[in-house]
Design a protein around this ligand. Structure first.
Ligand SMILES: *[C@@H]1O[C@H](CO)[C@@H](O)[C@H](O)[C@H]1NC(C)=O
Ligand SMILES: *[C@@H]1O[C@H](CO)[C@@H](O)[C@H](O)[C@H]1NC(C)=O
Ligand SMILES: *[C@@H]1O[C@H](CO)[C@@H](O)[C@H](O)[C@H]1NC(C)=O
Length: 422
């Protein structure tokens, strides 16, 4: 079955038996001849890779205990699972991982006195386990292991593009120094992956937020570059038009999947990040009629994000949202390379948040719809029509957002999407 064929979720299941045949072809090629593995660059999802920090003399901690690492060199800011088990350290983490929008330079920057870097760029090592000391907290390890199981080797045929997930990119005319630097590195990595592999073009596999970032990366490369270097783009569970839950995390904070961390403790930090505005539901996907959040006296649709931001006390984010985020999601042009989207569906996913009063300080009643548990179906499939000429969409039933890189059935689909010949 050609990848250019349009595949529905039922076909995804039919594909799975085909996986074995394809894999054995590649495995035999490892032993002998033919079919070299297509080089793969993996762009992980949000808050999936390690992030190092160091605290300089300019750092002004809110309490003395947060200064413990000042002047002590690089340490792992994300993720140190053990540190976050202590609520006092959660406060330090929150202030050190915060960013700020600077209206004068029209760009985001780190907290004063906090320098950051992304370790292991080029390798999958930095996101196999976000905390290498706590290996059970990972959803990428199994995927990377499967790739290795069929012959992929880190640094030879398999490459990783971790990034600072607090940042994003902005439309032309708006600086975005961290995101732009990531795109420059990603471009160099794709070219290197191709060069090491006899000049063959590269398959870019990107999960979730990494998928929307990689898409923006592709749009910004000249078409001849894309055609020369990109064999296929495989976005997995990418939220093309935002997610309804993105509004809840702005209201109530995001504990980054750490069950023992109170989301409220990270609310301020989460609100300060450039990337936190990307998941807001976009009008092009959710429309002007669908209520997404209701309070006793007000209904917010995707068109009302500025009012919503004001209402939850984030009025300062309206400017950056309107100038730096909204324009990127207004249209979703095809990247004009072969695409195989893999999405999970059939999992209860919040589609509307109903607040009983006029405030946002109590948990809302959630009205559920279809999706992958995090991303709504409408957002997952938003590019299906527009990219028809270049894209296949595979829906994997009953598999959640992170389950796509863990569940065996889903992994078979993702790996098939990587290996199938064009
Ligand atoms: C993680 O945090 C704990 C507790 O603060 C500390 O003892 C440990 O050295 C940290 N680990 C890393 C790798 O920074
Ligand atoms: C990882 O293991 C620790 C104990 O070793 C346990 O407390 C924790 O809940 C586990 N985390 C996950 C995500 O399974
Ligand atoms: C998905 O889950 C539903 C409800 O649990 C079940 O009825 C259905 O058979 C499942 N479908 C697949 C393809 O696993």
């Amino acid at each position: 079955m050609a990848i250019s064929a349009r595949l529905r979720w039922a076909a995804a299941l039919l594909l799975v038996p085909a996986v074995a045949a394809i894999l054995s072809k590649h495995l035999s090629s490892r032993r002998g001849r033919q079919l070299p593995l297509p080089p793969v660059v993996v762009v992980p999802g949000y808050a999936t890779n390690e992030l190092d920090a160091r605290l300089t003399e300019l750092y002004r901690p809110s309490s003395p205990c947060c200064a413990a690492r000042k002047g002590q060199g690089w340490f792992r800011l994300y993720l140190n699972y053990t540190a976050l088990e202590d609520p006092a350290e959660v406060r330090c983490f929150a202030e050190q991982i915060s960013a700020a929008y600077d209206a004068v330079s029209d760009d985001y920057r780190n907290a004063m006195g906090v320098e950051t870097r992304v370790p292991f760029f080029g390798s999958t090592r930095g996101f196999r386990y976000p905390d290498p000391d706590r290996r059970n907290f990972s959803y990428m390890d199994r995927f990377v292991s499967r790739l290795e199981g069929i012959g992929y080797r880190d640094g030879e045929t398999l490459f990783g593009a971790p990034y600072d997930f607090r940042y994003a990119v902005a439309p032309p005319g708006h600086p975005s120094s961290v995101g732009t630097a990531f795109f420059r590195r990603l471009k160099g990595l794709v070219e290197r992956a191709s060069r090491i592999n006899g000049g063959r073009p590269v398959t870019i596999v990107a999960h979730s937020y990494g998928g929307t970032l990689a898409y923006q990366f592709l749009l910004r490369q000249p078409l001849p570059w894309r055609r020369r270097f990109v064999r296929r783009f495989v976005p997995v569970a990418a939220p093309w038009g935002g997610v309804v839950l993105g509004m809840l995390t702005l209201v109530a904070g995001n504990n980054l999947g750490l069950r023992f961390v109170d989301p409220l403790a990270l609310k301020g930090a989460y609100r300060s990040l450039q990337s936190s505005l990307w998941p807001l539901p976009s009008p092009s996907v959710f429309g002007a009629a669908q209520p997404l959040v209701t309070t006793r006296s007000r209904t917010y649709t995707a068109n009302d994000m500025p009012d919503f931001l004001e209402a939850i006390g984030m009025g300062a984010a309206v400017g950056p949202y309107e100038s730096r985020v909204l324009p990127l999601f207004r249209e979703l042009p095809s990247p004009r390379v072969p695409v195989a989207c893999v999405v999970g569906v059939g999992v209860d996913t919040p589609e509307m948040l109903a607040y009983p009063g006029d405030g946002f300080d109590v948990a809302p009643r959630m009205v559920m719809g279809d999706g992958d548990g995090l991303v709504n179906l409408a957002s997952l499939v938003a590019v299906d029509r527009a990219w028809r000429r270049h894209a296949a969409l595979v829906k994997v039933r009953n598999v959640s957002h992170t389950g796509l890189h863990v569940d065996d059935r889903a992994l078979a689909v993702v790996i098939t999407a990587i290996l199938l010949p064009n």
